[in-house]
Design a protein around this ligand. Structure first.
Ligand SMILES: Nc1ncnc2c1ncn2[C@@H]1O[C@H](COP(=O)(O)OP(=O)(O)O)[C@@H](O)[C@H]1O
Ligand SMILES: [Mg+2]
Length: 337
């Protein structure tokens, strides 16, 4: 919900539902999701693997994979509903107003075109400029993402670059047309630890420079701690809690948010096997989304769950400025489901 006096959000996702229609049944991967992104803000979308983060972010660009279908909701972006746009109109949004950095840079670059050709084509297509101007823009972006001798790199192919360099190229590609929103889905998960921090710092620096908003998708609370202004916690296709980053870390309300925070490695502990201080993990596993738990989807793993949590699906409740939580134990109302 937009608060009084707040600027209109750049992106406003309401009650989004994306289901996969498979032979084994309907997978309710995204099942009533609300969140918003303000201009120049970084929203961290966090949750365990399988919670629906990737399906959500691909759907924002209308790229959700078959057999997925959007079965409900709205995606307002720059004041227009993404879900009602024609496919032709979407080609003017993707890469131009909203761009994505994928988890695996090796798969997201085309192996048979040089870096210069594949990035240059994006600029020429969207900005209607010639080769010389396109190449100049690509060179400028490669330089900004920290690639040395960018003019020579234009002629190189993806396989000639390291993983970290490839991800830098993908970040350059996302920013070529100065988009309003960048979606970064686990952008450092496949990279060496030492490179991860560099890439995250680069994203932050460029986001400020270009005044871009970002949705940063990750399973890693450490990454959102470093990057996000606000955090939305997702579990089994639903949103548990949203608040500014400081509130999420200082005063988390949803039992799942608390569990995620407790499972974060801490620098002041050494975690040895069979040590009493061993890294805690959340008991149980994320549910099967063909037959998700009734009521609150987290109830089978929740230390606080009561009888009503099995029956009633909690709706988001505002409990502070910009802070919403979906938990019956925190005052949410809900419907039997
Ligand atoms: N192609 C597919 N067919 C059927 N189910 C899928 C497909 N892709 C993803 N899913 C299901 O959607 C759910 C959410 O997946 P995903 O968005 O990739 O999670 P996350 O990014 O949070 O790890 C998972 O339960 C997964 O099983
Ligand atoms: Mg994912």
């Amino acid at each position: 919900m937009t608060e009084p006096g707040a600027a209109r959000p750049l992106l406003d996702v309401r009650d989004l539902r994306v289901h996969f229609f498979t032979g084994a049944g309907i997978v309710r991967a995204v099942d009533g999701v609300d969140f918003a992104v303000q201009p120049q803000e970084t929203l961290g979308l966090v949750g365990e693997s399988g919670s629906g983060k990737t399906v959500t972010s691909l759907t924002l660009l209308r790229l959700s994979p078959r057999p997925a279908r959007v079965v409900g909701g709205r995606i307002d972006f720059e004041g227009e509903d993404i879900l009602t746009k024609s496919e032709k109109a979407m080609t003017g949004v993707r890469g131009k107003r909203m761009a994505m950095v994928f988890q695996n840079p090796a798969y997201s670059l085309n192996p048979i075109y040089s870096i210069g050709d594949q990035l240059g084509e994006i600029v020429r297509w969207h900005e209607k400029v010639g080769r010389r101007e396109g190449d100049a823009r690509v060179t400028e972006l490669l330089r900004l993402v920290g690639i040395t001798d960018p003019g020579a790199r234009l002629r190189q192919f993806p396989h000639e670059l390291s993983g970290g360099m490839k991800q830098r190229v993908c970040i350059a590609r996302a920013l070529l047309c100065n988009p309003a929103l960048v979606l970064a889905d686990e952008p450092t998960t496949n990279l060496d630890v030492t490179i991860q921090a560099q890439i995250l710092d680069l994203l932050l620096e460029l986001k400020d420079r270009f005044r871009t908003s970002m949705v940063l998708v990750t399973h890693d609370m450490g990454v959102v701690a470093r990057m996000a202004d606000r955090i939305t916690v997702m579990y089994a296709g639903r949103i548990c809690e949203t608040a500014d980053a400081r509130t999420i870390f200082r005063s988390p309300q949803h039992p799942y948010t608390r569990a995620l925070l407790e499972s974060m490695p801490r620098v002041d502990h050494s975690y040895a096997r069979d040590d009493a201080r061993r890294l805690p993990v959340i008991a149980g596993r994320p549910p099967n989304l063909i037959e998700p738990p009734t009521g609150c989807r987290f109830h089978p793993r929740c230390p606080e769950a009561g009888e009503e949590c099995r029956r009633i699906m909690p709706e988001p409740k505002a409990i502070g400025p910009g802070h919403t939580v979906s938990c019956l134990k925190r005052g949410s109302s809900g419907v039997a489901a």
